[in-house]
Design a protein around this ligand. Structure first.
Ligand SMILES: Nc1ncnc2c1ncn2[C@@H]1O[C@H](COP(=O)(O)OP(=O)(O)OP(=O)(O)O)[C@@H](O)[C@H]1O
Length: 217
């Protein structure tokens, strides 16, 4: 089984004082669905940012397919995130001046891959064809979040990392977003790591890692 992500004794602190993540080790295998759960402030979002190479650990190693993120420079990490990862955040974080369709096309365009005609079928599948030409400000939170899911998978990433993707939604819209995340990643064999405080969402994953005070509980 190929190991996608390997966290080895990873710690992170702000200003060398506030210890947010302490000595966390675990591996994520290819195709696995992993939930990271824990109370507010337990370090879940920080751990996801470390896994994605957005933050650098104070100590320990984050290995991506056997390559140390520490050994890469910022540009290399950004290029790796763009090509090999799909990220979803609680607030969707779509570009406000682009339509939903253009937002979904963006990863393909940045990667200089064929992009015409790719976004619409995916948006249709997510029930967004009617609003594809609207700006993010002109659609609902659930629709924005579904578009963010489309943007995260459109380029066939090796792993999708989602931070509270359903956190701003009611339970029905949240369940829809999680179902789509599950369906789209399992069809492509994509590994999924989702940070959530919602045990119903976590229950749809294969493995649950619980954080308490920055440690694996
Ligand atoms: N820039 C920062 N400077 C100092 N401390 C920070 C900073 N960002 C986060 N923290 C602290 O790190 C801890 C973990 O934050 P993190 O966002 O990772 O937790 P979380 O489990 O994702 O919480 P939530 O579920 O509320 O989003 C918290 O105690 C938080 O106050």
């Amino acid at each position: 089984m190929v190991v996608v992500l390997d966290l080895e004794d990873v710690s992170f602190s702000f200003d060398e004082k506030v210890h947010v993540v302490s000595g966390v080790s675990f591996r994520v295998d290819g195709g696995e669905r992993r939930a990271i759960v824990g109370h507010s402030g337990s370090g879940k979002s920080t751990l996801l940012a470390l896994a994605a190479g957005i933050l650098a650990p104070s100590s320990g190693e984050v290995m991506w397919f056997g390559r140390s993120l520490r050994a890469m420079d910022d540009d290399q990490r950004a290029a790796l995130r763009l090509a090999e990862m799909g990220l979803v955040f609680q607030g969707a974080e779509l570009l406000p001046e682009l339509t939903l369709r253009q937002n979904v096309e963006l990863p393909l365009r940045l990667l200089a891959r064929p992009w015409r005609g790719v976004a619409l079928p995916l948006l249709e599948r997510l029930g967004l064809d009617e609003v594809a030409e609207r700006l993010p400000s002109q659609v609902s939170g659930g629709q924005r979040q579904r578009a963010a899911v489309a943007r995260a998978v459109v380029h066939g990433p090796r792993m999708v990392l989602a931070d509270e993707p359903t956190g701003a939604l009611d339970s029905e819209a949240g369940a829809t977003v999680m179902r789509l995340l599950r369906e789209l990643t399992s069809e492509q064999g994509t590994t999924l790591m989702v940070v959530t405080h919602d045990m119903a969402i976590a229950g749809e994953c294969d493995v649950i890692t619980r954080l308490a005070d920055g440690r694996v509980a």
